[in-house]
Design a protein around this ligand. Sequence first.
Ligand code: ARG
Length: 588
Amino acid sequence: MNKILDVISEEVQKAFEKKGYDPKYGKVGLSNRPDLCEYQCNGAMACAKVYKKAPFMISDEIAEELNSNTMFESVVSVKPGFLNIKLSGAFLNDYVTKMGEDSKYGVSEVEEDRTVMLDFGGPNVAKPLHVGHLRSAIIGESVKRILRFKGDKVIGDVHLGDWGLQMGLIITELKSRKPELVYFDDSYMGEYPTEAPFTIAELEEIYPTASAKSKEDVSYKEEALKATVEVQKGKPGYRALLNHILNVSVTDLKKNYENLGVSFDLWKGESDADPYIPDMVKKMRDEGFAYESDGALVVDVKEESDTKEIPPCMILKSDGAALYDTTDLATLIWRMNDYNPDEVIYVVDKRQELHFIQVFRCAKKTGIVPADKKLTFLGFGTMNGKDGKPFKTREGGVMRLEHLLTSINEEMAAKIADNNTMSKDEAEKTAKIVALAAIKYGDLSNQASKDYVFDIDRFTSFEGNTGPYILYTIVRIKSILAKYKESGKNIANCKLLAPKKDSEKELMLALTKYAPAIDSAYEELAPHKICAYIYELSNALNHFYHETKIMGEEDADRQASYVKLLDITRGVLEQAIDLLGFEAPERM
Ligand code: ARG
């Protein structure tokens, strides 16, 4: 389906052409003065300069030409040369009816076949998920859904942090606690046990203990660094431990992400890049890109146009250990080999921007990634507490994601139990659905790159620009639709009529903005555009609802038209929240 602005522009352009002007001046935009008109065209002003006429003479001519056109209720020429446009109810009816017949409500897919690799989530193995990982998961999941909806092939990769010092720390701590384990016996030749020597709870306790110890005890830290190098070099006992750590962690992570409605196609990690590192390093040396600097191996990535210092990319540390740069570069090798994506998008904390500038430049410079491929950093801001500082627990520690979710679920459950008559079971399920919407919408409604304040009270409110408000709107529609059905009528037979009331027309106009909103969310990787849109649409719906007796309408055709309008609005809202990564309950 063509977007409504294109359809209107085409008509106005034809009028310009017919009157002897270049049609390009007939481009139409949304009105800056919604009190006066719905759309406007300012082209007569620029046109007047070229054709050496007064602008309003041109706008007068065009307005006259268009006034007999059934697309418009009115086209008014206003000095100095604006065209103020209102659509006819009949045209709008036709357009919205067609939207309602389309499974994507007028959103069209991209023409080009594209494969996108989406790197999001980025949890670190053996460390509990904390709220810092929440944003990557929420934004990434939404971007994944938006891209797929527009027709891209998307491969989501969780890219576990499983190749750094945390591995060495865990191994060192385990060794000091259970030195008798076979993993630490260098002469052991047999098979390693399939059962992990720890549970997830133990693992999550081991890591912080080890991390704290390493900060106080230099020799402990050295041991952990050595273990890190050894596991990276492939020491069999340590590799076996690494696998246990991975398995135990991943099982737990999957459960957590599932609760968030977030999923990945690939569960690869930094460690999967390891086999590609030796050849990569050799090639970088042979081709003269990499050189030693203070014992480390580096590649220069600064460019003449840089306004700030961009340090070299670090390929290997002086002890031969791989670094964050190394694993990200080598990861791009298998990504290109195995999936050949047109674009790789990284949804990562914006404080890592410099790292990605270095990696992207190095990947292009050394030919790991061909010049025509896109590498995109989608950096997000920090989630702050009400004090404006990074979100913490009441005790000042790092808030674990599970605990955050549980506390919001409880808050929501209390609210719902307060004002409803649901069974305990339904109330609990509903609370979970609404709580997730509250968190996700609270996050996604902000431009990703900005910091935002995580304000549970505001996010869980049923009023204002919140997830629960959107859900409430959907539930409100569903309940009217249910009543209509109960009265023995069939929604499938309902036909839309031209609008009679202002609030009805405004709702229809709001619906026509769906495709443009989705398109700009897609082009700018910006889920917040969808949030802004559904907030506007929900407001239009609620305004219409308050002004209209729907079940009390006596004219059956008019009532059917209202129902149809509600049903299309419900469909658009539900599709949009699915793109954001949450859903609506039946009641709330
Ligand atoms: N594990 C990293 C962290 O917690 C994020 C990984 C992001 N992705 C990447 N390819 N570097 O900071």
